[in-house]
Design a protein. Structure first.
Length: 199
């Protein structure tokens, strides 16, 4: 080892000793562990951690693929064409859905007050693309009104049974009343039944 090498080594040792003294003079800063960088979506806990109902997943796929026939809230539902199920089954592979999933999804979609409200006499029915495909008949509109009325009456009965002091809920007169053959709402059905008996 030469004098030059010893001089370089001496300077390195002197420099290290000086850094050590400075470190002792200054208070030590806490060293934070490095945070792992993760996508923001995985850093937050998901609000929807519960599993999604398969029927809702099916309806979601239908809404995404056919928005004109299956509009999202708050847009009102539209009357669907008679036989739309057959059209949807033709798209089952594209939607990656089974026949029973499609049937259950359409059945669920066509139930409830939002759908019954759109079934008014003469309203235009739509196909999957939103093009006109027939209209709602008076018979279909009457059926929807009865469904909506029955659901409303059922909710009232359930609410009345749960109120304190009501041991037994009394059904409403409209819910227990049987439609007569002369009822104008059921007139097309009565005419059809009479023609079947004659023939």
């Amino acid at each position: 080892m030469g004098f030059e090498q010893l001089a370089v080594l001496k300077q390195q040792l002197k420099k290290a000793a000086q850094e050590e003294r400075e470190a002792k003079r200054q208070p030590a800063k806490p060293v934070r562990p490095a945070r792992p960088t993760a996508p923001k979506t995985s850093a937050r806990p998901s609000a929807k951690s519960e599993p999604v109902d398969p029927v809702l997943r099916t309806i979601g796929k239908l809404q995404k693929r056919f928005p004109a026939a299956f509009p999202k809230k708050p847009a009102p539902k539209v009357p669907l064409k008679i036989g739309i199920l057959a059209d949807l089954l033709a798209h089952a592979e594209e939607l990656k859905l089974k026949e029973d999933e499609i049937r259950l999804g359409v059945s669920t979609w066509c139930r409830g007050s939002r759908y019954w409200a759109c079934l008014t006499d003469g309203a235009v029915r739509v196909d999957l693309t939103g093009a006109p495909a027939g209209s709602v008949t008076a018979r279909d509109a009457a059926f929807a009104r009865r469904q909506a009325h029955g659901a409303h009456a059922s909710r009232r009965q359930t609410k009345g049974a749960t109120e304190p002091g009501n041991a037994v809920a009394q059904p409403s007169a409209a819910a227990t009343e049987q439609p007569s053959a002369a009822d104008p709402i059921d007139q097309p059905a009565a005419d059809q039944a009479a023609s079947d008996r004659v023939a």
